[in-house]
Design a binder for this molecule. Sequence first.
Ligand code: GLY
Ligand code: MN
Ligand code: MN
Length: 429
Amino acid sequence: MTTAYQEHLSVLSHRYEAAMAHFDLDAIVLASGEKSYYFQDDHTHPFHAYSGAQQWLPFTLGAETYVVLKTGEKPTLVWPIRDDFWHAPNPVPSGDWQQNWNIITARKTDKWFANLPKQTAWLGPQAMSFAVACEGLKAYVDFDKAVKTDFEIQAMRQASTRGAAGHIAAKEAFLAGMSELEIHLAFLKASQQTATQEPYPGIVGLNEHAAVLHYEHKSIEKLSDSRTLLIDAGANQHGYASDITRTFTRHDDDFNALINDLDTMEQKLCRSAMSGVAFKDLHQDTLAGVATLLSEHKICSLSVEEQLAKRIPQVFFPHGLGHLLGLQVHDVGGHQADKMDTMSMPDEHAPFLRLTRTLEKNMVITIEPGLYFIPMLLDKMQAEIPNHGCDMTRIQHFMPYGGIRIEDNVVVKNDQPENLTRIAFENAL
Ligand code: GLY
Ligand code: MN
Ligand code: MN
């Protein structure tokens, strides 16, 4: 029986063999990367393997590990061995995956690359002297990474399950009046990871901090009046990420009504993630949706058309609707129009949009609309947009709540998309 992992390897082999044929290569080496050190220190930065190498293996890859690909041959894994009694031993993981690999072990000084063919290209953090430069190879292989294999989607289901468990614990910690730090610790414990294992540093903002898109602190202060929690945090399964945001409030007030309506809009957008849809169009629909919310919640008195013409929605929703998700949280290839690295950059209405491609079956994307009360952008609007139609008194009322973002991870399908996040929450309850 062929396992999902074997099918995954077969898809990757075909993709890389096509690249070798296209660029006239005899081999490609993918390097996980090396550890790097803080300046004048003997501590290393947290290590994340290069995603191009990680993609080939069903466990988290460490440093100085290499994947060697040659057409028509099993891939070779070059596994580092170290004479090191300071750190835990680093044995080759056991398991069925080994059947599909040639495995060689090498010390740092071993010349495992000495017999590689002349036309060997290299992808990884550092260039290697034995490899030929191959311009265009990276874009060629990155383009296909947007479409995930069943093995990859299964990993992201598991990452979603762990992420959802973390979010449920975080909500409970918020309702119990905990600090940002305590809420983050509750998230980490329930999602079974350390902070350095998170796919990106979790964002945990109470009240006004919910208006800071990438709020990076975790205050230890317990607030007597914590009104809002915005938590954007995920987990990973051998490198594949979930990227989930929820916004909670404590009272059934008009801010909560805004959250509920944004949530309804977000779910509708998730259901629209079907093959053939241009993601730019979904982003444009979101701007119109935000304008509708601003009208319905009496924040802006202009019509939807007038708001769009004056770019009012962008004041409250300044980022993109979403991005490709995979081994990198903002996965590679989102602006590529083709394998040849023709770029399709977002237009000036949506400068931060990370995904400009037309959706295809089994792409995994995030859908993350937001509505924030960001002082800097509101000041700019008042200074630069005449007759903006916004009710500044009502906005002042909402500012202490910060803002809202709701983010799910969705597998694009020809008809009904699979919402990994909603399914994970439903299964957890
Ligand atoms: N967590 C980063 C993002 O949502 O894109
Ligand atoms: Mn995201
Ligand atoms: Mn996020």
